[in-house]
Design a protein around this ligand. Structure first.
Ligand SMILES: [Fe+2]
Ligand SMILES: [Fe+2]
Length: 181
C-alpha cells in the first residue's frame, strides 16, 4: 500500500500542490473580468503554496528531497478526455479543478483515517478543511458563470474521471488506482 513508500507519496503530493497553485494562477490570468474568481482564487493559490511548504517540510524531515514528478496519466487523461467534448475551456478548467479537489479530498481522508503512521495521518487530517473548501468554491464559480450547463459538465467529466481512476494501476501517488493489497 501507499504507506510502504511515504517519500514517493510526499514528493508526488508536493508536486500536486504546485500544480494546483499554477492552475489557479492561470485561471486568474485568463479571466480578468470574472470578479468573484479574481476575489477568491488568489486565496486558493496562497493556500496551495502553503500546503506545498508543509508537504515539502515533511518530506525533508523524513530525509527525502524534492525530485521531479513522473508524468501523470490521471491529469493527462482528464485533459485529453475533456478536450474531445469541450464547449468552453473556462468551464472545463473550473469543473476539472472541482473534480480534482474532490478526488484529492477523498484520498486525503483515506490517508488521515487509515495510515498507521499517525504523524503522516495528522498532516492529511490538517489539509482536509482547506481542500473541501476548494472543491466547493470551484463548483460555485462554475455554476455562477454557466448555470445548469455546469452541473451537466460536472456529471459528464465526473464519469470520465471515475473511469480513468478505476483503470489506473496502483502507485505511490495521490491520484493512482487503488491498492489490491
Ligand atoms: Fe492543497
Ligand atoms: Fe486544493
Amino acid at each position: 500500500m501507499v504507506e510502504a513508500d511515504p517519500l514517493a507519496l510526499l514528493n508526488d503530493h508536493a508536486h500536486c500542490e504546485l500544480k494546483a497553485a499554477a492552475m489557479g494562477q492561470s485561471l486568474i490570468a485568463k479571466n480578468p473580468s470574472f470578479g468573484s474568481l479574481i476575489d477568491s482564487v488568489p486565496h486558493v493559490v496562497l493556500e496551495e503554496m502553503q500546503h506545498f511548504v508543509q508537504v515539502n517540510a515533511e518530506l525533508r524531515k523524513r530525509g527525502g528531497e524534492l525530485g521531479v514528478q513522473e508524468p501523470s496519466p490521471y491529469a493527462d487523461g482528464l485533459h485529453q478526455g475533456a478536450a474531445a467534448t469541450r464547449t468552453s475551456l473556462v468551464l472545463d478548467r473550473l469543473v476539472l479543478a472541482h473534480l480534482i479537489e474532490a478526488r484529492s479530498l477523498e484520498r486525503f481522508d483515506l490517508l488521515a483515517n487509515h495510515l498507521t503512521d499517525r504523524s503522516l495521518a495528522a498532516l492529511y487530517e490538517e489539509l482536509l478543511p482547506s481542500e473541501a473548501a476548494h472543491r466547493g468554491l470551484f463548483r460555485k464559480l462554475a455554476r455562477e458563470a454557466y448555470g445548469d450547463a455546469a452541473e451537466a459538465r460536472i456529471e459528464t467529466l465526473g464519469e470520465l474521471e471515475s473511469r480513468l481512476i478505476a483503470g489506473l494501476p496502483f502507485a505511490h501517488r495521490v491520484h493512482s488506482g487503488i491498492s489490491v493489497r
